[in-house]
Design a protein around this ligand. Sequence first.
Ligand code: NAD
Ligand code: LMR
Length: 340
Amino acid sequence: KHLQPDQEAPGVLSMQDCRMQGGSPGFKVALLGASGGIGKPLALLLKMNPLVSVLHLYDVVNTPGVTADLSHTDTSTLVRGYVGKDQLEASLVGMDLVIIPAGVPRKPGMTRDDLFNINAGIVRTLCEGVAKCCPNAVVHIISNPVNSTVPIAAEVFKRKGVYDPRRLMGVTSLDVVRANTFVAEVLGVDPQLVDVPVIGGHAGITILPLLSQVKPAYSFTKDEVTYLTKRIQNGGTEVVEAKAGAGSATLSMAYAAAKFADSTLRALRGEAGVIQCAFVPSQVTDLPYFASKVWLGRNGVEEVLPLGPLNEYEREGLAKLKMELKASIEKGIAFVARQQ
Ligand code: NAD
Ligand code: LMR
């Protein structure tokens, strides 16, 4: 028997109930580099996040198509597309969170630093837009080399007088996702149950997993530590080589960035106890930027947490990574200092 138009099936919301449920306040998120290998799957994952009420997709190419496609998915997030540098500012006005995966990826044989010459300028320009149009937004930097692009972003914000170290984060969540995955393989457990802090930076030996702090607690053999540390440090290169010239990690990166964005938004909304690893302005070592666990809250990074106890292998790794990380940070700072 068919229901009459004014009848509701039991347990089904009325139109009025639906309208009252819709439009719940969420966050406005801009994704810069939205048509790329990371951008597209990340846009999909953000569109599926109930904390995102408005999603702006900006790129220098193809955002009209990506936006039209994504806008047909039946989640309540409103998607708008912006294409070309003339539309950058419009894409940024009023945003709470800006996520930046814009720029070129590696090919086999390249280091992340080889991307500096192209990506440094891209990140600088995009951050100038952020400083002008949404100076209070939290900014997640994915574009490589993260060890240099985060200092570039900071220097741009300082120049523009809008710098707040709590709101700038280099995304290193892929290192943690990889560490959890590879450790879970060794332990034979569900990766969702594993948590490995990864500190330092986001390139080669600057990526330092703290396997002595793994949760659940486990004592790895020396061979396991060597194998896992190297595999985590080379995770990006493993994907670059497997893709054989077609780019670097995109799906795993989109997953890791979506997780990090979700954590940030939950914390901005007031959820307590949100802790993630990120590459941030820091005083936990003598370097001005460092990746470690950070406590996220209503203002972004509320506190950069101490590294905790390191074993001898990790202390040596830390000593070794500092020189390379320092040089990458200084390269980023010098890049902005050279501009008029
Ligand atoms: P991609 O080439 O597939 O996509 C990059 C996108 O950026 C393209 O759509 C391009 O049009 C766009 N773009 C270029 N210049 C732009 C500009 N000025 N403004 C806006 N958009 C612009 O590359 P990808 O695979 O998506 O990787 C993007 C970046 O992310 C690379 O630098 C890569 O090394 C980095 N990455 C970082 C991590 C990490 O863990 N932090 C992981 C993977 C990749
Ligand atoms: C990664 O770790 O996958 C990214 O930094 C991309 C790359 O170039 O390795």
